[in-house]
Write a protein that binds this ligand. Structure first.
Ligand code: PMP
Length: 293
């Protein structure tokens, strides 16, 4: 069955301070956020009717806007209240929340100093990001030809729309070649992250988990949660620069992200990984925590 397109669904969307019909949540074609990427957003998950780490997401959203040089015209408390209001109206029990802020259309040029900042929140019931059947045996990643921009070239520590241009290019190229996702390297050629998730590598014998330092990509909220869980389980977490050619030294690999949750990886290019029980144990604990809050 074809999924209903996102602009054709029923329900309500929180839009500039009002709850409006889903189908009416529209923008003008001359919107700065669309043409020049002056747009920031969040991705949050609802578990058992509660948004996991909502305030952390809201703080990151406000920070992303600040880094892009604009201010969302709502406080963190107001944003949290609005997110909670719209999940109740939509009756979302286990789903996704997408707050988004963008520059409007008063000025249509690179400079947009006077543009109104708009803010909307949409939410819907949602399951697994990757197909559960594929996820079980680990997903396959190619290695992207697109590098993450160097940290002095873009506000890299944000969820800004413009940063996703190369991620979509990478993911499309991966899918065209039969992969599920793409591993992106940084501008020096070190392992960075997948197109919408952070990456970890497990050395089962040494009880070590290695992960790249988030110095040119998002330090995910899920990433930090999983690092805490893994530490509690007695793993030594090592954040460092990681080369592709050392990936053979690891038994297992997994991705973390709000959407991806904990997703085992079976392959990155020619590097192969097993789906070890550790990944399942970390995911089980993660599910226990997210469902408790
Ligand atoms: N990197 C990118 C590019 C992402 O889109 C995401 C998802 N927000 C992440 C990492 C993981 O972040 P989080 O765990 O906060 O969802």
């Amino acid at each position: 069955m074809e999924a209903v397109p996102y602009d054709k669904r029923n329900g309500k969307i929180w839009f500039n301070g009002q709850v409006i019909d889903w189908k009416d949540a529209k923008l003008h074609v001359l919107t700065h956020g669309l043409h020049y990427g002056s747009c920031v957003f969040e991705g949050e998950r609802v578990y058992n009717g509660e948004i996991f780490k909502l305030r952390e997401h809201t703080d990151r959203l406000i920070y992303s806007a600040h880094r892009m040089g604009f201010k969302i015209p709502y406080t963190a408390d107001e944003i949290d209240t609005a997110c909670n209001e719209i999940i109740k109206i939509q009756k979302v029990k286990n789903g996704y929340v997408r707050p988004v802020a963008w520059r409007g259309s008063e000025m249509m040029a690179i400079s947009a100093q006077k543009n109104t900042i708009h803010f909307a929140i949409a939410t819907w019931e949602w399951g697994s990001y990757f197909d559960p059947k594929i996820k079980e045996n680990g997903i396959a990643l190619n290695i992207s030809k697109w590098k993450k921009p160097a940290p002095d070239t873009i506000p890299w520590d944000t969820k800004a729309a413009g940063l996703y241009m190369i991620n979509t290019l990478s993911k499309h190229e991966a899918e065209k070649d039969g992969f599920n996702d793409s591993m992106m390297l940084d501008s020096d050629g070190y392992v960075a992250e997948a197109t919408g998730a952070n990456v970890f590598f497990i050395d089962e014998n040494k009880k070590e988990i290695h992960t790249p330092i988030p110095d040119c990509f998002l330090d995910g909220i899920t990433r930090r949660t999983i690092m805490e869980i893994a530490k509690d389980k007695g793993f030594n977490i090592i954040e460092r620069k990681m080369n592709l050619d050392e990936l053979n030294n690891f038994d297992a690999c997994f991705l973390t992200g709000t959407a991806a949750e904990v997703t085992p990886v079976s392959q990155i290019g020619d590097y192969k990984f097993k789906v070890t029980p550790t990944i399942g144990e970390l995911f089980d604990k993660y599910l226990e925590i997210v469902n408790r809050t």
